[in-house]
Design a protein around this ligand. Structure first.
Ligand SMILES: [Ca+2]
Ligand SMILES: [Ca+2]
Ligand SMILES: [Ca+2]
Length: 406
């Protein structure tokens, strides 16, 4: 494909995605204007009727009710998320290297469906599926957990889901400011290694909030697969401690444009597998203020073989890696829509004992448009990936993504 036609493809995709959002927003507003609800039978006019103020973006609240269904203490919310991606990538880009796309074209990045809610006030449930097409192996269970939450100070959760490790991983992929997480997440998913991203796990987590501090700690199988159970000896132990001020919300973007809020966290884990023991640690900081958001995280992990022949140099079979990322975003002060600029610098080394393409930095810059309180989001990112050793790969990317969630 010529360079010209590739550019036409990606900008057409981004434009089509953006016009979807704008049209949907306009259609929604027209529907609201045209909607004439008949008054109740006992209704009497009381002077001049003031129509509700026009709303846009973040101010448009309660467009989807929560809970969607309630009967007594029982509550149920259904949620779904569709992410459609289009992009142009360099000739060396490949999903086996952790790139989002292997070739210019399209990808259904995520198709999630789930339910959550409560049976009674202190008993919560959540189930989430990633609907993967048949050629990729069929459907995948992401979360299946039961939480007992007698009070804010303490809760206990059993089942499968995310771990209290790494702020970047704990943020939902639907709430991100950039199309993809930092490059080590893609690299570990592609290589099947779980060090900086230990993935979802089955186990038990306890947590809670005390004053301005929050804590969580858990024990897990430490191996992939939920329904098959633990396939190796040894368990995984995870701890996270956090402190901060104000409510940061779920989204990386500061769509609320509120006052100063911040959150600092320290976390770590030990995964005692029989072949090798993995230890990891991380620190992260998040800030939000008046539409501006900032986030930084540093992660380190080391895998040490439990047994090895004494004659072999220990540095050959141990593996140590790290990654750091700093990210910032700003929601522009427009009233007609929530338009955000975002960028991130990430740097990583997938093995400190080897100088190769796994030593890389990435600069990601993008623009996002949010509609319906962020339920419809259009993203356009440019990713510059620079290998510091080994061969220089042509793996830069322009990625556009349309997301709808409820
Ligand atoms: Ca295990
Ligand atoms: Ca290296
Ligand atoms: Ca490159």
């Amino acid at each position: 494909m010529s360079k010209h036609s590739r550019l036409v493809l990606v900008f057409t995709s981004a434009f089509v995605f953006a016009s979807f959002g704008v049209r949907a927003q306009q259609a929604g507003q027209e529907n609201q204007e045209n909607k004439e609800v008949p008054p109740p039978s006992n209704w009497k006019p009381a002077g001049e009727i003031t129509p509700p103020a026009p709303t846009a973006g973040a101010e448009e609240k309660n467009d989807v009710p929560s809970p969607m269904f309630q009967y007594g203490q029982f509550k149920l919310d259904a949620h779904g998320r569709v992410q459609v991606m289009a992009g142009l990538v360099g000739d060396d880009a490949h999903s086996s290297n952790g790139d989002e796309l292997s070739r210019d074209g399209f990808r259904v990045r995520r198709a999630r469906l789930g339910v959550s809610g409560q049976i009674a006030d202190s008993w919560k449930y959540e189930i989430e599926l990633d609907l993967i097409d048949e050629d990729s192996g069929g459907n995948a269970l992401m979360d299946a957990a039961i939480t007992w939450r007698p009070c804010d100070h303490a809760w206990i959760k059993a089942g499968a889901g995310k771990l209290p490790f790494s702020r970047m991983l704990m943020v939902s992929s639907g709430d991100m400011q950039l199309v993809a997480r930092a490059p080590w997440v893609g690299v570990e998913a592609a290589t099947g290694t779980a060090m900086l991203d230990p993935g979802r796990q089955v186990g038990v987590t306890v947590g809670g909030k005390v004053s301005m501090f929050d804590y969580s700690a858990g024990v897990y199988n430490g191996s992939p697969g939920f329904s098959v159970g633990d396939l190796n000896d040894g368990l995984m132990y995870v701890v996270r401690l956090g402190t901060g001020m104000g409510e940061m919300g779920n989204s990386e973007a500061d769509l609320e444009r509120g006052g100063l809020r911040w959150r600092f966290g320290l976390d770590g884990y030990i995964n005692q597998a029989p072949a090798s023991e993995i230890r990891a640690a991380g620190a992260d900081l998040g800030l939000k203020w008046q539409g501006a958001s900032f986030y930084a995280e540093a992660l380190w992990a080391k895998s040490t073989p439990a047994t090895r022949p004494e004659s072999i140099d220990s540095s050959l079979d141990e593996s140590e890696r790290w990654g750091m990322a700093a990210q910032a975003g700003y929601v522009l002060p427009f009233s007609f829509a929530d338009i955000e600029l975002a960028c991130r610098f990430s740097i990583m080394d997938d093995n400190v004992h080897i100088d190769n393409e796994g030593d890389l930095w990435e600069l990601a810059a993008g623009v996002n448009a949010y509609f319906y309180s962020g339920r419809v989001k259009v993203m356009l990112d440019y990713l510059l990936k620079e290998e510091m050793h080994g061969s220089a790969l042509s793996n830069n990317a322009v990625l556009a993504m349309l997301q709808l969630r409820f």
